[in-house]
Ligand binder design. Structure first.
Ligand SMILES: NC(=O)c1ccc[n+]([C@@H]2O[C@H](COP(=O)([O-])OP(=O)(O)OC[C@H]3O[C@@H](n4cnc5c(N)ncnc54)[C@H](OP(=O)(O)O)[C@@H]3O)[C@@H](O)[C@H]2O)c1
Length: 301
């Protein structure tokens, strides 16, 4: 799949919602879609940082149609308020890019008391998707941003928040990124009765130099490997290409997992391999049940 082929796709009637749109991959995606005349809704934890990002986009593309609204994925109330604003102010959503994330941070909890990485990276996006689900257009796409870190992930449904075992920052990240893939599969499975032809897929950027690496716990393996990552990493825009491909691929197939091609072929996007756990149907069902319980939803039950 060639990234450059996407440039001919007309996005002028598309509404694209991106979480974490003020920085890193989310910002690059927002800028790209704005340059292609889409209407971009950026969901941001800090509205101040959101407005700064909006100003940067408008500086380069003065005609861009971009709106940034506050949405803290670590707070149920903030997600609810954001969803209400989106539903009341905007037409149907064509693409929901669940991108925001945090990696291997020191132990912290969300407003509801959930371990922060599972809470933001998975549960926050699960809840947002549930609240916006009826507001998705025909042929809409839901794109969940995972990571090859999921290959190290284990989904501990009995203790997802590290209450019974010692907290390990990278393990918590890997679990949350595995959850992104399981969420994608189970969502597709539950969409088969929906007449809108909505498709869920996942994507990952490989390693891209963004601020994701700045908040990593001091003792984390990622902190130690940061200099190596620095050498291997691509730019934020390069890392965003698989995410954009997942949003726009004209030959999309549900459950596709888009990733970068070789470093020497920057125009290529390929389908990446998932761990056997990521394809475990029972695990995906159980995670769905747990996510509905924790967010007090009955999303697609
Ligand atoms: N960069 C990589 O090499 C890499 C590799 C694999 C996967 N990924 C995935 O790519 C996605 C984007 O990461 P990135 O590299 O672009 O990182 P980034 O530059 O740190 O951007 C992360 C974005 O998520 C937002 N965010 C964090 N916590 C949030 C919350 N509670 N509510 C709402 N938004 C929140 C951040 O907002 P603030 O600016 O306010 O903090 C920021 O906009 C993540 O899901 C990550 O797991 C990245």
């Amino acid at each position: 799949m060639k990234f450059s082929h996407l440039e001919s796709i007309n996005l002028s009637h598309k509404t694209i919602l991106i979480t974490g749109a003020n920085a890193g991959l989310g910002f690059e995606a927002a800028k790209y879609f704005a340059s292609q005349q889409a209407h971009v809704i950026g969901a941001v934890r800090s509205i101040k940082r959101g407005h700064a990002a909006q100003a940067l986009i408008l500086e380069t593309y003065p005609q861009a149609n971009v709106t940034f609204l506050e949405c803290d994925l670590s707070s149920k109330e903030s997600i609810e308020q954001f969803a209400l604003k989106v539903i009341s102010q905007f037409p149907l959503i064509d693409i929901l890019l669940n991108n925001a994330g945090i990696m291997a941070i020191p132990y912290a909890t969300t407003k509801e008391g959930f371990e922060m990485q599972f809470g933001v990276n998975h549960l926050g996006h699960f809840y947002l998707t549930a609240l916006l689900f009826q507001h998705l257009n025909e042929n809409a796409r839901i794109v969940n941003v995972s990571s090859q870190a999921h290959l190290q992930g284990n989904m501990d449904l009995d203790d997802p928040f590290f209450h019974k075992k010692p907290y390990q920052a990278f393990k918590a990240y890997a679990q949350s990124k595995l959850a992104n893939l399981l969420f994608t599969h189970e969502l597709n499975a539950r969409l088969h009765n929906d007449s809108r032809n909505i498709v869920a897929v996942s994507a990952h950027p490989g390693v891209a130099m963004t601020s994701l690496f700045d908040k990593v716990e001091v003792n984390s393996i990622i902190k130690l490997l940061k200099p190596v990552f620095g050498l291997l990493a691509s730019s934020a825009f390069q890392g965003t290409k698989p995410l954009i491909m997942a949003c726009l691929d004209p030959h999309i197939i549900k459950d596709n997992y888009y990733g970068p091609g070789s470093k020497f072929k920057p125009d290529d996007v390929v389908l990446s391999k998932m761990s056997p756990l990521a394809k475990d149907k029972n695990l995906a069902k159980e995670l769905w049940r747990l996510s509905n319980n924790l967010t007090q939803q009955s999303f697609l039950e």
